[in-house]
Design a protein. Structure first.
Length: 140
C-alpha cells in the first residue's frame, strides 16, 4: 500500500500531466482528482494500458463505489488492472476537461463506448517503467 512514482502523461493535444501512481490497496484521500485504472508493463515493455478514466470530487469514496459489482474496478480487473493513477484537481470543470482529454487521447476500454480498436488504451512510455515493489511482493 503505497505511492509508486510519478508518471508524466502527454495527451493527444501535447499537454503534459503528472500522474501519481499508487498500488491498488492504497487508501486514497477524499480529494478532487482525475483518476485512472491502469495495467503497467512488465519487464522491458514500453506500453502501459489505461483501462478506465474517471473524475471525482472525493477519490477514496469514488474508488469504493467503483469496486461494487459491475463498477469500473471490476471491469478493469478483468483486463489486468494493477495500478491506480491520479491527478489532483480541485475545480470540477478542470477535472471534467482533463478526464475528457484523457479519454479522447487513449480511448480506455472500460469507458463506455470509447474502445474503437484493438489498441484502445495503450500508451507509449519513454522507456521501461522503473517500478520497485516491496520485498516479497509479486505482480499479477
Amino acid at each position: 500500500m503505497s505511492r509508486l512514482l510519478t508518471l508524466i502523461l502527454t495527451s493527444h493535444r501535447g499537454r503534459r500531466y503528472p500522474v501519481e501512481l499508487f498500488t491498488r490497496d492504497t487508501e486514497l484521500a477524499e480529494e478532487g482528482a482525475v483518476y485512472l485504472l491502469l495495467r503497467l508493463p512488465e519487464g522491458r515493455a514500453v506500453q502501459a494500458q489505461i483501462l478506465y478514466v474517471g473524475a471525482t470530487c472525493a477519490l477514496g469514496s469514488q474508488l469504493a463505489q467503483d469496486r461494487l459489482p459491475g463498477g469500473a474496478w471490476a471491469r478493469a480487473e478483468e483486463l489486468g488492472f494493477d495500478t491506480i493513477g491520479a491527478v489532483a484537481l480541485s475545480r470540477a470543470e478542470d477535472r471534467e476537461a482533463v478526464a475528457q482529454e484523457f479519454i479522447q487521447s487513449w480511448r480506455p476500454p472500460c469507458n463506455a463506448g470509447q474502445a474503437r480498436s484493438g489498441h484502445a488504451g495503450l500508451m507509449e512510455l519513454a522507456g521501461p517503467l522503473p517500478v520497485t515493489l516491496p520485498r516479497g511482493a509479486t505482480r499479477h
